[in-house]
Design a protein around this ligand. Structure first.
Ligand code: ATP
Length: 324
């Protein structure tokens, strides 16, 4: 390290462990200063994601789990990826897109959204005005450039992609492409995640068709959604799609009542309560379901579970006290 020059910043320090037949490891960013005695080391990329980490937390999303695990494993095992990892998550509201992105971000930077290397952008909040697209473009490019220079494995999450102006989307394109470096910065270890409700109704229809024909939801395979996924490509008139820069389209299925109940149980446990099935059922019953006739899928997925559980909080506390 002493041979490194400050202008070669940042260097990567990799610590690897070989446990139970597989490598795990931690990567640190090492920043050198002009004072040779001063070296700044901070974590920047942790171990790959495991199935078990998702099984206990993300419910009813076997396709999203498989695709993301495959994508992240491949990317983190590749010492020199040719381009940044680019995932596009699609589905109905409250089905876990933000949730999974955050789990993924925590894998790379344990502080998750609180880490200064994880960046969340909301189209309607950060890029609301059409007439400011030029300015947004410039600011966004500077932001990405500055942050990837500081930490190559920075994570950028763009929510509400369906509401993003194509000009802003195109601003990200130069960083996603197969370039070794852009203006002296390599973006190949960065992760870009796009979230959107686009295609949610088509995914719901595919799930409902499966249900109607008596097939198990868990048997839905990516290939069953192939036509749908390819039609998603046409949703954004953007050069990101034209250049095939998206590595994986990740479909999120609509959540059934049994998944809502799993969310309620998980939330009760997270709050330190004993799981009370009466309350689980009560919260699940308060949700609304579609289609009108069959009432299979939750309108808002698990999104309102926390708020609904708040209303039952008194009851839970009384129950716990009574049980001592
Ligand atoms: N599949 C799931 N498994 C476990 N928890 C879930 C799941 N889906 C949603 N949740 C819970 O509901 C909350 C809201 O979900 P999330 O914000 O991820 O939905 P979303 O798909 O991003 O919705 P939107 O499209 O409206 O932004 C999460 O923080 C999580 O607690």
């Amino acid at each position: 390290f002493q041979r490194q020059q400050p202008e070669q910043n940042p260097a990567l320090l990799v610590l690897q462990n070989f446990t139970r037949g597989r490598f795990t490891g931690q990567v640190y960013n090492v920043v050198f200063h002009s004072d040779p005695k001063l070296i700044h080391i901070f974590p920047c990329w942790t171990v790959p994601l495991h199935t078990a980490q998702l099984d206990n937390r993300l419910f009813g999303q076997h396709l999203a789990k498989d695709v993301v695990l495959k994508a992240v494993l491949g990317f983190s095992n590749n010492p020199s990826p040719k381009k940044p990892l680019m995932l596009s998550l699609h589905g109905w509201a409250g089905t876990g897109k933000n949730f999974l992105s955050q789990i993924l971000a925590e894998q790379v930077h344990p502080a998750g959204l609180r880490s200064k290397f994880v960046h969340l952008f909301l189209a309607t909040l950060h890029f609301p005005h059409q007439d400011q697209v030029k300015l947004y473009k410039e600011q966004l490019q500077n932001w990405i450039r500055g942050n990837v220079s500081a930490c190559p494995s920075s994570v950028f999450i763009f929510d509400e992609m369906d509401k993003m102006h194509p000009g802003v989307i195109d601003a990200i394109k130069p960083f996603l492409d197969y370039y070794e470096e852009v203006d002296g910065v390599s973006y190949r270890k960065a992760i870009f995640i796009f979230l959107s409700n686009a295609g949610g109704d088509l995914i719901n229809k595919a799930a409902l068709d499966f249900w109607t024909s008596g097939k198990r939801r868990e048997d839905i395979q990516l290939k069953d959604l192939e036509t749908l996924l390819s039609s998603l490509c046409g949703l954004w008139h953007s050069s990101i799609i034209d250049r095939n820069l998206i590595d994986y389209f990740v479909p999120f299925l609509p959540l059934e009542q049994r998944h809502v109940k799993m969310c309620v149980r998980a939330e009760m446990k997270a709050r330190g309560y004993d799981v009370d099935e009466k309350i689980v059922q009560a919260v699940a019953d308060e949700m609304t379901y579609f289609p009108k006739e069959q009432k299979i899928y939750s309108d808002k997925g698990c999104k309102t579970v926390q708020a609904k559980l708040d209303i039952h909080e008194d009851l839970v506390m009384r129950d716990m006290k009574a049980r001592g």
